[in-house]
Design a protein around this ligand. Structure first.
Ligand code: NQM
Length: 349
């Protein structure tokens, strides 16, 4: 520990965290988790004694290793370090932190850069699925500067295009793990869905909300948060996730009609803090609910014609477009645009 632990700190999409080579961390899981809690400064809501940013979105870790799988460059394990609890959880994936895995893999020499653009194929260990990233590498060097803009991040940066394949049932074993399109829990209609991220999709109006509240307003509404948590704990077994009291899934998503020309408006809880934007795979799962006849969201969404469909998922700080490739009504392949930026390369103590 006195020698420090090699790490690269990066923004990946609208999240931020530490990117580690698996070999730079203890192989024993409890020693690894103890070290990561110390590095982030958890448990402490302010994370004052660590590098975490006092928000689940900035208290994230990627553990990356060269892959032994055919046609795959690297394996990526996502870990959520809870700011306020001594918990390091691998129970969810993260499509935002994933955006930094491509540049990181190239920078650490696990993938050799092409002149122009480099494809990095990633096995996502949390869900056992594949994502393909396209990283900008002019003159065989990763570039972070560019003209791509994503809502929730100021300015522009180099694009990182991500393609997800076959994400249905990533953690729950089925797209609709309860076997029903709609469940009624505590009197609220909910679609329990997992197309890359387990989500409980409900109507904001059923909670007496417009769906346009700010994350701060939603977080200040303790009666709402208690109702959501009561519902969430009941969905765990229904979604094959078991007891979810110490897990960061499922996410709770409130939908209302789009306001800015998109497909749908969202407010998500991840699961206790209100997201300033929306998770990448969370957005893919919401898009899937909107496409499913009879599901919560299908009645509220404005869906464009054609296949693939650009589905603009509105959120508190803008929108995220999911390009959905459909087989019938099912979204079987999704593309999203993200950006990433290297912030620091060094040693954490
Ligand atoms: O859904 C937040 C994020 C995420 C996860 C969360 C994510 C995803 O915005 O793929 O990216 O839902 O915990 O980084």
């Amino acid at each position: 520990m006195s020698d420090g632990t090699r790490v690269m700190w990066m923004r990946g999409g609208t999240s931020k965290g530490g990117y580690f080579l698996a070999d730079d961390l203890p192989s024993d899981r409890s020693l690894r988790d103890e070290l990561l809690l110390r590095i982030m400064g958890s448990p402490d809501p302010r994370q004052i004694d660590g590098l975490g940013g006092a928000d689940p979105l900035t208290s994230k870790v990627a553990v990356v290793r060269p892959s032994k799988r055919d046609g795959v460059d690297v394996d990526y394990l996502f870990l959520q370090v809870f700011p306020d609890r001594p918990v390091v959880s691998d129970s969810q994936n993260c499509g935002n932190i994933l955006a930094g895995v491509g540049p990181f893999a190239i920078e650490r020499g696990m993938v050799s850069a092409q002149d122009g653009e480099t494809q990095v194929t990633v096995f996502m260990e949390n869900t056992g699925q594949i994502a393909v990233l396209r990283v900008q590498t002019p003159s065989n060097t990763v570039t972070y500067g560019g003209l791509a803009r994503i809502d929730g991040v100021p300015g522009t940066a180099a694009p990182v295009q991500i393609e997800f394949r076959d994400t249905a049932g990533s953690s729950c074993g089925a797209l609709l793990p309860s076997g029903r399109v709609v469940d009624v829990i505590d009197g609220i209609e909910a679609t329990l869905i997992d197309n890359g991220m387990p989500c409980v999709v409900m109507r904001a109006a059923d909670f007496g909300l417009s769906g346009q509240e700010t994350p701060e307003e939603l977080e200040a509404n303790s009666a709402l948060r208690e109702r959501l948590e009561a519902i969430r704990l009941q969905t765990g077994p229904l979604m094959n996730l078991g007891d979810v009291s110490a897990k960061s899934v499922p996410k709770m998503v409130l939908l209302s009609p789009a306001l800015h020309g998109g497909a749908i408006q969202t407010r998500s809880f991840i699961p206790h803090r209100s997201h300033k934007a929306i998770g990448v795979l969370g957005a893919v799962s919401v898009a899937s609910a909107c496409l499913t006849p009879g599901a919560v969201g299908n009645d509220l969404a404005t869906l464009p014609h054609g296949n693939p469909k650009p589905l603009s998922i509105e959120h508190p700080t803008g929108e995220m477009t999911v390009i959905g490739h459909l087989d019938g009504n099912q979204l079987v392949r999704a593309e999203v645009l993200r950006t990433a930026r290297k912030l620091l390369d060094g040693f954490a103590f």
